[in-house]
Design a protein around this ligand. Structure first.
Ligand code: LER
Ligand code: MN
Length: 279
């Protein structure tokens, strides 16, 4: 298991759930706190010069855990299930560029609220569009060894794919090897029957997990049972990324430190136990 933190560029909207803004400053800060990787919340692939990013990551000895796409939606409301096929093409084109970038950085691209809401349309109609678009993106991503990761998001933020079982149902319909689930324990705390047991039950579909406490603050600052969740993941043999996606409160530096101080010992113990079980 490796620990990452979500960051964005300086112009990201205030609503972005990222601790740090500004890649140049935040990548070294994340490394200093002990994180193993950074999740890049991007609006477009051209926000980043790949050579510059590679140099910055090498200096800090960090990896990109995934490219997340909440900003694609938040900025201009672009969505993969738009009624207008032309608009859908625009979003697909943006995603294809992000997939090209992920081929060199992390090999994972998330689909969160950018799938779009149902919003008064028929659920079957929205689902059909989503399945078709997701299959197209999977076909584009597969030769580049990139996997798409679908994030169930709670009902107060979207009305399409709220719980992990709903995400699993979509996985089964999309039926491609390079689409997986990215559960977020903050959303699961609202939507799912349990957190740890539900993650464990669906582990074959899961290859990335967002971590935030019940109040979207750093893990340890709310009432989610992280040791219990890690115990269930351990039993299930999960060995992917966990990524901190929290509000920058009480301040970006303090939030990032609280999360690292709380989670790094859990991750270390987790990996020691995983190694013992494997041997
Ligand atoms: C995105 O990863 C997320 O969790 C959402 O709540 C942001 O809108
Ligand atoms: Mn999330």
């Amino acid at each position: 298991m490796k620990l990452s933190i979500a960051i964005a560029d300086t112009h990201a909207l205030p609503s972005a759930f990222v601790v740090y803004r500004g890649f140049e400053e935040s990548i070294p800060k994340a490394a200093q706190l002990g994180y193993h990787g950074v999740e890049l919340a991007l609006k477009r692939a051209d926000e980043i010069n790949p050579d510059w990013l590679r140099a910055l990551l090498n200096e800090s000895n960090l990896e990109v855990s995934c490219i997340s796409t909440g900003q694609v939606y938040a900025d201009g409301g672009l969505m993969l299930t738009h009624d207008d096929p032309q608009k859908r093409r625009e979003v697909v084109a943006i995603f294809k560029e992000l997939i090209d970038m992920a081929a060199s950085f992390g090999q994972l691209v998330n689909i969160g609220r950018v799938r779009g809401p149902i919003d008064g349309r028929s659920k079957a109609y929205v689902e059909d569009i989503f399945v078709e678009v997701a299959q197209e993106l999977c076909a584009y991503a597969e030769p580049q060894q990139v996997t798409l990761i679908l994030e169930p998001v709670n009902r107060y933020e979207t009305d399409f794919i709220n719980s992990v079982p709903e995400g699993v149902q979509l996985m089964e319909r999309i039926n491609r090897p390079n689409i997986k689930l990215m559960p977020d324990v903050f959303h699961m705390n609202i939507e799912d029957k349990t957190v740890g047991p539900e993650l464990s039950r669906h582990i074959d579909f899961i290859n990335y997990i967002h971590l935030a406490d019940s109040n979207r603050l750093a893990p340890g600052q709310g009432h989610l049972d992280f040791p219990g969740i890690f115990g269930d993941l351990q039993t299930a043999g999960y060995d992917g990324w966990v990524s901190v996606e929290i509000l920058p409160l009480p301040s970006p530096d303090l939030a990032a430190k609280q999360a690292a101080d709380y989670l790094l010992p859990l991750v270390k113990a987790y990996n020691e136990q995983l190694a013992l079980t494997a041997s």
